[in-house]
Design a protein around this ligand. Structure first.
Ligand code: GLA
Length: 728
């Protein structure tokens, strides 16, 4: 898949569908020649794209690098654009002239030190080593290509082979210089309860993009951007997308320059970051994924979904059905005791729910959100028989038992804080800014990490826990670590994330059979980094069906349904006050890892019976819903409805979900054109028995019922008729 042609000095990374070509300009500068749909060979014409600067005329005189497409640009030697790397040498200067030293083509994919990354047993990796002769700083660029997914993983490792320390002020993970900037830029932005909404804008000269300095990948934006070629749509046209495998502050930006070329880059947020690299030390930057789709945004999403399922998520639940869960949070909030929980669990079991999750409030003396984080011992007032007693009774009902924890935090009103007031992130002498009455533990410190691993492990053992919801409910302010010298304080944001990955990894390795779901005040840290560790993440605290249509639609651009925790909750909805039918709430929750978050005791018998049926339905279709090829059909951002479908790999089964927002009188039935089906097959709706040809569904579509009342959903479970069976 990866070849090097010594004559043209080109590296060609290609699978059956995509090519990525790098050329060593003047034998020493890695230039970006091509990325896109597969090309068989490197033509004269492609090479002459760089013809103004052939090897003979190439020199640093006349600043050719300022106008050339590069793989690892640095500012200020001959390129005047912002680059991927910026350093400070011992003499205070920042020049960095990185030239080719060697390369290697490896089978497989090396893991990244301290950071989560995709697996690549079946992949190939190109390692390009560049060196700055003056300082001895060496940079390893890694490019991994898989056979089965149209994505290239890139990462950067810096090694200080000089004798003096170097300060890294900026280390981004990937850069692509596009020959032209005639793209629209798509990014995801939002807020708590309104996460990951898509925004599209044309590129213009200058800088544009998204970034965060909150210490988390954040609800406000996502480490992702896509560039849409003119005319690219949901289903067709060329789209280039970038995503970062990282859970901390990041930047993802595009710079459009004098020639109307576009430089896309992403990586760790440089603002507030620096890292001292002593002689002999290495720094590993997170992995970035570069996706090229010739099938529009839909094709891009299906590539990312495939990457997640085949190469990112791990553990016993990564490819399998997930238990249907009930979480007591919106049912009880902090107001519960063992009796109340057991009553809810019994009702849940009776309607076919598999997993009971005990949320916040089980430890210390936490009756509100203002105490006890850090004290991971059960509150015997609420749970007189402890976690073990509760869990045994739930297991005896035939259900699994899950537990909420927020390991990264400490409440000032806690035993932990009183014992170790310096363990939180803070600046001595300044106000310890609280959010939700809590402070953030300093995960850069080994003793803090050890405490968390032990305390959480003991709680999971006592509770015989099968599932963990790992929450994180505030962003970081007043950055300061008592474990770092003055010159290294700006390493804290990245060291925090490294500490987080270490802590999570240690806990997960101790409990390999447990299903872990990450959470951050809803979807405030929803990124590929955490998905390497935990195969599920709570998508949003907003459980309103229509809001979830919007949130899950935006989220699906990058993430498959299997990773999106989605629950049916009570009406009126606790976040919006809106009421929508039970079936609608369930149909929308089926767009993710399905569960409930309401007091079943308050529901009429008819609704409990409906929930029983819904659970049977989810169990029967879950593999398809979670892992099928996902197609967005109608955007809730551009109209009054939303629709999506999942199709099995053999195209013999599909589930189509459609939601109308506001009912409108006097309207004709509408048609919903489907995707991904086999035109040669006939499909029967398993619920109504109606039959259509796949060709008809692809070109004309399904006729939708005109809704009576607001927020109505329809779902079609299409199953191909056996070959030869008549379609009448
Ligand atoms: C966060 C989570 C919620 C719930 C609460 C508990 O907000 O997103 O689902 O667990 O914390 O405090």
């Amino acid at each position: 898949m990866i070849t090097f042609d010594a004559e043209s000095r080109c590296f060609h990374l290609a699978n059956d569908r995509i090519s990525y070509i790098i050329r060593l300009g003047a034998g020493k500068y890695p230039l970006h020649l091509y990325w896109g749909p597969r090309v068989r060979r490197v033509s004269e014409d492609l090479l002459s794209a760089l013809s103004a600067y052939t090897d003979e005329t190439f020199s640093l005189h006349g600043l050719p690098l300022d106008r050339l497409p590069q793989e690892c640009p640095t500012y200020g030697c001959a390129d005047l654009r912002e680059g991927m790397l910026q350093v400070r040498h011992a003499d205070g200067t920042h020049a960095l002239d990185l030239q080719y030293e060697s390369h290697a083509i490896l089978s497989g994919k090396p893991p990244l030190a301290g950071l989560p990354s995709a697996r690549g047993e079946t992949a190939q990796t190109l390692v390009l080593t560049l060196t700055d002769g003056c300082s001895g700083l060496s940079v390893r660029l890694l490019y991994t290509l898989w056979e089965d997914v149209d994505i290239i993983a890139r990462s950067v490792e810096i090694v200080n082979r000089g004798s003096a320390p170097v300060v890294l002020d900026r280390v981004l993970s990937a850069c692509v210089d596009f020959e032209q900037a005639d793209f629209s830029l798509l990014t995801l932005s939002g807020a708590w309860a309104r996460e990951r909404q898509p925004f599209l804008r044309p590129l213009v000269p200058g800088d544009q993009g998204v970034s965060t300095a909150r210490g988390a990948s954040s609800a406000q934006t996502s480490p992702f951007l896509a560039l849409l070629s003119p005319g690219a749509t949901e289903e067709q046209g060329l789209v280039y997308a970038f995503a970062l495998c990282y859970s901390g502050s990041f930047t993802a930006s595009v710079h459009v320059d004098q020639d109307f070329t576009a430089r896309a880059m992403l990586g760790i947020q440089p603002f507030g970051f620096s890292w001292t690299l002593a002689s002999g030390e290495r720094f590993q930057a997170p992995e970035a994924y570069l996706c090229c789709s010739a099938q529009g945004l839909g094709g891009m999403s299906r590539q990312f979904h495939r990457l997640v399922h085949r190469h990112i998520t791990t553990g016993p639940y990564a490819q399998t059905a997930r238990p249907i869960l009930i979480n007591n949070w919106e049912a009880t909030y902090f107001d519960f005791n063992e009796e109340k929980l057991l009553a809810l669990a019994r009702q849940a079991r009776a309607v076919g729910i598999d997993l009971f999750v005990l949320d916040d409030g089980w430890f210390g003396h936490r009756d509100r959100d203002d105490s006890s984080l850090g004290d991971w011992w059960e509150d015997l007032r609420k749970l007189p028989q402890g976690l073990g007693g509760l869990s045994s009774q739930i297991h005896a009902m035939g259900m699994k038992f899950g537990l909420w924890v927020e390991p990264e935090m400490v409440s000032p009103d806690s035993r932990l804080y009183r014992a170790h007031p310096d363990w939180c992130i803070h600046v001595p002498g300044r106000l310890r800014t609280e959010a939700r009455h809590q402070l953030v533990l300093d995960l850069s410190r080994p003793e803090v990490r050890d405490y968390i691993v032990e305390a959480i492990s003991e709680a999971l053992t006592r509770g015989q826990v099968d599932y963990v919801k790992w929450d994180m409910n505030r962003n970081i302010t007043m950055w300061g670590s008592q474990g770092l010298p003055a010159g290294r304080q700006q390493e804290l944001p990245h060291r925090y994330i490294l500490g987080l990955y270490e802590v999570m990894g240690r806990v997960i390795r101790r409990f390999p059979q447990v299903l872990f779901e990450s959470c951050a005040g809803g979807g405030g840290r929803f990124d590929l980094g955490l998905m390497c560790l935990m195969p599920q993440a709570w998508c949003s605290d907003d459980t309103d069906a229509w809001m979830r249509c919007r949130i899950q639609y935006g989220t699906s651009l990058l993430f498959p349904p299997s990773v999106m925790g989605a629950h049916v909750s009570a009406v009126p909805n606790h976040q919006t006050g809106r009421s929508s039918p039970l079936f609608t709430r369930a149909a929308v929750a089926m767009g993710g890892s399905y569960g409930y978050e309401l007091d079943l005791g308050k529901l009429p018998e008819a609704e409990l019976a409906q929930i029983r049926e819904l659970n049977t339905r989810v169990h029967s279709m879950q593999q398809l819903l979670l892992y099928g090829d996902f197609y967005r059909l109608r955007s809730p951002f551009s109209g009054n409805d939303c629709a999506w479908m999942s199709v099995s790999p053999d195209r013999r089964e599909a589930v189509v979900t459609h939601v109308f927002a506001l009912a409108q009188p006097n309207t004709k039935p509408r048609l919903l054109r489907l995707r991904g089906l086999d035109p040669a097959l006939d499909y029967r709706d398993a619920d109504t028995g109606r039959v259509w040809g796949g060709d008809e569904l692809l070109s004309r579509g399904l006729r939708l019922e005109t809704p009576w009342n607001d927020y109505q959903a329809q779902q079609f479970h299409l199953v191909a008729l056996p070959h030869g069976e008549s379609r009448v």
